[in-house]
Design a protein around this ligand. Structure first.
Ligand SMILES: [Zn+2]
Length: 253
């Protein structure tokens, strides 16, 4: 089948002197892996080698049973030059595409994730972008979309609601148990991380943002919630993403 889709480049590797294998997130076909013949020639139809983050209109053939498809044409429609100029923006953008590439299975469409990624990259490129908040919101929404966000409103151990911001004794989070734990259940879990009141507040802000409310997420809170969601992502993937060390700061959840 032949498709024409908006697409964002998630991964690139060399295939030969002149060709690449490129993984794209497409809007309606999900992640596809394509052989891009001749793209490394200067006069190729794509205007040269395809880079990470390249975004545009993609024409390709592939079968939904997986495997390698073929890139027919790619024309960049969004310039990510502003993103590439500053390392904090660029590293955050690279983290988002690495995360999307690891979390999404091949040929499993998630149009909402495509839109989220498109919007997050556009926002990161803006001068006034709250970079940590953009990353935290993307982590949150991606986890929600793939069904891994977990239970954040009550304790997954005893069901008590004492994990909220008013919980007083703070809360814990366990990736393997799939959500928040109250102070009494948290200490007993094999795997859990202590969560400060600030992080609980930030989680509530992300939940509100998801419903369309305008919320501010100060950098301090955003850094903490990023660290928590990154901890969860690392556990779920069974490995640490390459960009984690450049994007997740020293703040504890
Ligand atoms: Zn409990």
């Amino acid at each position: 089948m032949r498709y024409r889709q908006p697409a964002i480049c998630l991964r690139v590797s060399d295939y030969s002197e002149t060709s690449q294998v490129v993984a794209f997130l497409t809007r309606s076909e999900g992640v596809v892996r394509l052989l891009a013949k001749g793209t490394k020639r200067a006069k190729s139809k794509s205007g040269g080698a395809i880079d990470l983050l390249s975004e545009g209109e993609l024409v390709f053939t592939h079968s939904r049973s997986g495997g390698l498809g073929t890139l027919m044409e790619f024309s960049e429609t969004v310039s990510h030059t502003p993103l590439r100029r500053q390392s904090a923006r660029l590293n955050s953008a690279l983290y988002l595409i690495e995360l999307a590439g690891e979390m999404l299975a091949q040929d499993d469409p998630h149009p909402e994730v495509f839109d989220l990624l498109h919007n997050a990259l556009a926002r990161l490129a803006q001068d006034d972008a709250p970079i940590p908040a953009v990353v935290a919101y993307f982590q949150w929404r991606l986890l929600r979309n793939v069904g891994l966000l977990g239970e954040l409103d009550r304790c997954v151990g005893c069901g008590s609601a004492a994990t909220g911001a008013g919980g007083g004794r703070g809360a814990w989070f366990s990736s393997t148990r799939g959500g928040m734990l109250c102070a009494s259940c948290g200490g007993r879990a094999d795997e859990s991380v202590r969560v400060t009141g600030k992080t609980v507040t930030a989680l509530a802000a992300l939940a509100a943002a998801e419903t369309g409310k305008k919320v501010a997420l100060p950098d301090d809170q955003a850094e903490r919630v990023k660290a928590l969601l990154s901890y969860h992502i690392t556990y779920q993937l069974g490995k640490c993403l390459k960009l984690t060390k450049h994007v997740i700061g020293p703040k504890r959840p």
